[in-house]
Design a protein around this ligand. Sequence first.
Ligand SMILES: Cc1cc2nc3c(=O)[nH]c(=O)nc-3n(C[C@H](O)[C@H](O)[C@H](O)COP(=O)(O)OP(=O)(O)OC[C@H]3O[C@@H](n4cnc5c(N)ncnc54)[C@H](O)[C@@H]3O)c2cc1C
Length: 473
Amino acid sequence: MTSKKLSTSQGANLASPSTSELRALFNGRVIAPEDAEYDQARALFYGGFDRRPSAIIRVADAVDVARVISLARETELELAIRSGGHSIAGHSVSDGGLVLDLSDMRALEIDLEQRTAWAETGLTAGEYATAADAHDLVTGFGDTGSVGIGGLTLGGGVGYLVRKYGLTIDSLLAADIVTADGQLHRVDEDNEPDLFWAIRGGGGNFGMATRFQFRLHELGPMYGGMLILPATPDVIAGFIAEADAAPDELSTIANVMTAPPMPFLPKELYGKLIVMAMLVYAGAPEAGESVIAPFRALATPIADMVHPMRYPEVYPPEPEGYHPVAAARTMFVDSIDRSVAEMMLEYLQASTGSMAVAQLRVLGGAMVRVPVDATAFAHRNSRIMVNLATLYERPEEKATHESWVDNATAAVQQSDHGTYVNFLGDEGEERIRAAYPGGTWDRLRAIKAQYDPTNLFRLNQNIPPKKKRAGKK
Ligand SMILES: Cc1cc2nc3c(=O)[nH]c(=O)nc-3n(C[C@H](O)[C@H](O)[C@H](O)COP(=O)(O)OP(=O)(O)OC[C@H]3O[C@@H](n4cnc5c(N)ncnc54)[C@H](O)[C@@H]3O)c2cc1C
């Protein structure tokens, strides 16, 4: 059996339940507006979303998940889904509706013999990495430890192992999904392969993922860390060329950005542009050292913290209560030569935000070796991902910074008009279509019509269900 119906209502009146009725309905916790932890529980990673849900339900298990889905159906309240709360568009909190919060579902079962792991979707990338590393094993997620494996995996997952092991979804073997009708489905390559295809890139449109099964890869001592270089056009273009030519073991993220006041930086650089790069060599430290040598030779490093390390060190501790507000855009480009780098530097210099950044990720490697139509992530041939952002504090400055990021994006844009869904903000349908070009969009809409015909899961980068043709049952 690959799908089963979960019992949901327990005889409760779901039309307009009180907080105490809600508490009686769930095995997990219900956080209501009158509760002390409500404000913290409704906050997302990004600031600027002041939304007040009617209840936040910290589900305990798949039965609770099915009950929240029934509740949303019966009450017609908007349903937000939250794993790690890092939605850039603010989709994981609703104003007036329900939040299905997975953060109490964090179990991880590692099968050492099979080298696989079943992970509940309330886990963060950092928690998963630490637990797997205890066995010299790894699955690749993104660049930040506090990001939830729920949202990141469903959109694709581009991180520090992208060139060595591909996207996160390339290590996804199976998933447990509760669909809009309350059914629990075990999906994989053989069981409901269409749904399995759709959740590998199509986001939270098709149902609630309660657990993922991942492949684990062997990784013991490795080499990596932060390298800070001067932000010149030659260094940036040189970095991109080296990252492109490097073996698959090396994945990099170069942040060309305003230097923050960090103790390892000379004070005179605070507020000036630098290249703050993370390099991750997923292999033996000695080999890593020689692969990274050309990056060190691009210029005299301002700081060099690249060293033999264990994988979880890519996720340093994060400051508590940090909720930045950003104007941000994502895109893919084909090349960054000296003149593109020069233009980026000019735009970053002109930003009046508190910190401006162009994040450059050279792709390729294992990600490209999976056929483009094998999953709903359709950008395997894209060469470089660029995320442009400026952070700011005063809400009244929003228009200025949005306009800066629009202009910078238009200037940097080349011939690849695709976009990665997980870095999209609330940018409208055209941009969602850019995430799912060509036949991907039509196939996703047809699968959406099959599993969520009323669009219950709509607070997301939404893929509307395909309409039935008139006269067709
Ligand atoms: C600081 C930062 C760094 C990032 N770095 C990377 C990176 O390196 N690589 C990368 O690929 N992405 C990265 N991202 C983007 C990230 O992948 C997305 O924001 C992702 O949606 C976050 O997942 P989450 O579970 O934390 O988000 P949430 O805000 O909890 O969820 C976002 C959306 O995902 C869907 N969703 C989440 N969990 C489930 C579930 N269990 N079932 C069904 N739907 C679900 C829902 O539609 C929800 O609205 C980063 C984001 C931030 C803010």
